[in-house]
Structure formats: C-alpha cells, structure tokens
Design a protein around this ligand. Structure first.
Ligand SMILES: NC(=O)c1ccc[n+]([C@@H]2O[C@H](COP(=O)([O-])OP(=O)(O)OC[C@H]3O[C@@H](n4cnc5c(N)ncnc54)[C@H](OP(=O)(O)O)[C@@H]3O)[C@@H](O)[C@H]2O)c1
Length: 337
C-alpha cells in the first residue's frame, strides 16, 4: 500500500490558551469504501481493491462479521459516522449494497426503496461532504429491452419495480453528488458461495443431472458478465478519477456474449463436456408477476474508449465459477490440477 502525506489543523487546549497546530501525518494515499462487501459483486470488488494497493474497508449487514464492518446503510447517522471516521475519509466509495432480487422488490416496495434509493442518496450526500467520488452500481433493467443495444444516453424505461428503484437510485445519487459515476451491469456470475447466488450458476445442477429433462428460458437475451471483470473495471474507474477529478457520469459494462439461459446452459455443458440433449428451450415469454426486458443489451464502448475494460471468455469464467460444484471429481482433477 502506498502512503501519502496529509496535513490537518487541530485545536489544542493548553493551560490558559487555545492553540491551532498543523499536523503532518502519513496516510494511505488511495482509500476505498466498498458497501455490500459480502455480496456476489462486492466480494470481488473488495478483493480487487485490497489486492491492488488500495486501503480498503468493506461494510455489509447480516454477513458482515468477521471480515467486514457491520452497518445498516438505511441508518443515516451510522452512514455519516462511517464516512467521517474511516481513519481519513475514503477517496472512492463503490456502492454495491442493494436489494437486487426483482421479485422481492416487487413484493416489498417500501423497504426496497429505502435501501436502493434513500440509502444511496444518503451515501452520496455524505461522500460529497468528505470530497469523495462514488460509483453507484445499477442495472440494465432500467431499460425496457425493446430497442437494443443501449448506450449510456439511451432513454431508460424500466418494466418492473426493481428497475424503477435502481433508476430512482441513479437519479438520487447524481442529485446529491453530481460528480458521481453510475455503472450499469447485466446478469452477473462469478465465485459463488451457493449456486442460487447468481442467475447464471443457479441452472448448473439441472445441467449436471442429465437424467432429468430441464426447461430453460430461450426468450430473454442476457450478457453473462464475470464479477472479476466488473471489479477490475471499477478499480480502473476509481484510478481514472484519482488522475482526473472531472471523470463521472453514466457508464455501462458487460460481456461480449449475448445469449439466452438456454444457450448459457448449453455453454456450461460444453465447458465441462457434459451432455445437453436433456435441455429444452422455452421460446415463450415467461409468465409471473415480474415483467422483464427481452433484450436489454448494454453498449460498453464508452469505457473502452477510455482504455477501461476486461473480458473473461465465458467458457473460462464458467469453469472457474462452477468447478467447486461439479459432481464429477475426476473432471476437477483433470482440468484444474
Ligand atoms: N447480481 C446480478 O446479476 C446483478 C445484475 C445487475 C446489477 N446488479 C447490481 O449489482 C449490485 C450488487 O449486487 P449483488 O448481486 O452483489 O447483490 P447481493 O449478492 O444480493 O448482495 C447485496 C449486498 O448488500 C448488502 N446489504 C443488504 N442490505 C443492507 C443494509 N441494510 N445495509 C448494508 N448492507 C446491506 C448485503 O449484506 P449482507 O448480505 O451482509 O446482509 C450484501 O453484501 C446491486 O446494486 C445490484 O442491483 C446485480
């Protein structure tokens, strides 16, 4: 970790009078706060910053301990204390904490709004108070999926409550911290603690168990994106801001692969040399209480123009994410040792 020098003016009470003294101290020269550090994305982001010269503090809620700070970001005074007291204020806040389960947001609109919108606004406000930069993580669900690909300037039109709450969160953050950055992302996968944690990995057991036929959605087009790529992009964005404080605004990141869940399932089978003949493509629009965009493909060229980006090939990303869950141990040894 690199150290820089900061000067601070402090008030001292000496007998009979008050003195103002300037103190010079060595502090980490790159400091980052990661919210949602126990989540699918936050874990990768915390690791990426921590391993690359950033003094990094992670915070989370139910799973915070023992590695991170436990903090309810819906509590404004706790957020304020954290920002003010984080040794010396963070330069960069990467805000990954959110309610991202679309059905949960649909059924619990008020508590989801508190987390996705109000808490994001509080964090932006407090980040502005300490002169920091914030990156708010958003989603391609801010688009209706009718006119892809979507660039950062495309008109948002969310179809469900989750997309609306994330769009409202974007607006609230930019209102309280106009220099903030928004990074919109599509479907994520990566290192998971359980297969259900990602909308990609969740289908793996159905792929492995070829004795049962499995129906997979072949209607909605996705861009399965590796969390380590996103974490790398976020660190590059943070470092870009450290060099150029005018950097901010709305950006997109995504993989180059545009495919349905059925196609992802076939790619998984292929990556592990498993049969795929038991997979059935469902071409009808899924029914249910949450409407989803058919094709909210993100155009990520604006970051590439800045020299920012990383793409893990899908086959490699799937193997990396899924091998701990593979039933066939011979395969694990053959491929990974
Ligand atoms: N996953 C995807 O496919 C996807 C796709 C596009 C965009 N995104 C966006 O990416 C971001 C990260 O998503 P994710 O998939 O990593 O989510 P996740 O795995 O569900 O993690 C959510 C994180 O938020 C924390 N959290 C929840 N309530 C909190 C509270 N009241 N106070 C403090 N922390 C709280 C959780 O902490 P505890 O678990 O410790 O309680 C956890 O660390 C979100 O903004 C999401 O909208 C995700």
């Amino acid at each position: 970790m690199q150290l820089g020098v900061e000067t601070n003016t402090r008030i001292y009470y000496v007998s009979g009078h008050v003195e103002l003294r300037e103190e010079v101290r060595e502090v980490p020269s790159q400091r980052a706060l990661i919210t949602g550090a126990t989540g699918l994305l936050g874990r990768a982001v915390y690791k990426e910053f921590h391993a690359n010269g950033w003094h990094t503090l992670g915070c989370a809620f139910r799973r915070a301990r023992p590695n991170h700070l436990a903090l309810d970001i819906c509590n404004p005074s706790a957020v304020r204390r954290l920002l003010q007291e984080f040794k010396v204020h963070p330069h960069v806040v990467v805000h990954c904490a959110a309610e991202r389960r679309a059905d949960v947001v649909e059924n619990n609109p008020q508590s989801s709004y508190n987390l996705n919108v109000t808490a994001s606004a509080t964090l932006a406000h407090e980040t502005a108070e300490v002169g920091g930069f914030m990156i708010y993580i958003s989603t391609n669900y801010v688009f209706d999926g009718k006119n892809p690909p979507y660039g950062p300037n495309s008109q948002p039109h969310p179809l469900n409550a989750y997309g609306r709450s994330k769009l409202d969160g974007e607006k609230a953050v930019l209102r309280d911290l106009p220099g903030a950055a928004i990074l919109r992302l599509p479907l994520l996968y990566g290192e998971v603690t359980e297969l259900e944690e990602s909308g990609v990995t969740v289908i793996f057991d159905r792929i492995q168990h070829a004795n049962k036929s499995a129906s997979l959605d072949d209607w909605q087009r996705r861009q399965p994106t590796h969390t380590q790529d996103v974490a790398f992009v976020l660190r590059q964005m943070a470092e870009h801001w450290m060099q150029d404080k005018s950097f901010g605004g709305i950006y997109h990141w995504a993989s180059c692969d545009i495919m349905t869940k059925y196609e992802i399932g076939c790619a998984m089978a292929d990556a592990f040399n498993l049969p795929s003949s038991h997979l059935r493509a469902v071409i009808e629009e899924p029914t249910g209480n949450v409407q989803r965009p058919r094709n909210a493909t993100l155009d990520f060229s604006a970051l590439e123009v800045l020299g920012i980006g990383k793409h893990t090939p899908l086959r490699i990303g799937l193997r990396k994410a899924l091998w701990p869950f593979l039933d066939d141990r011979r395969w694990r040894q053959m491929v990974f040792h």
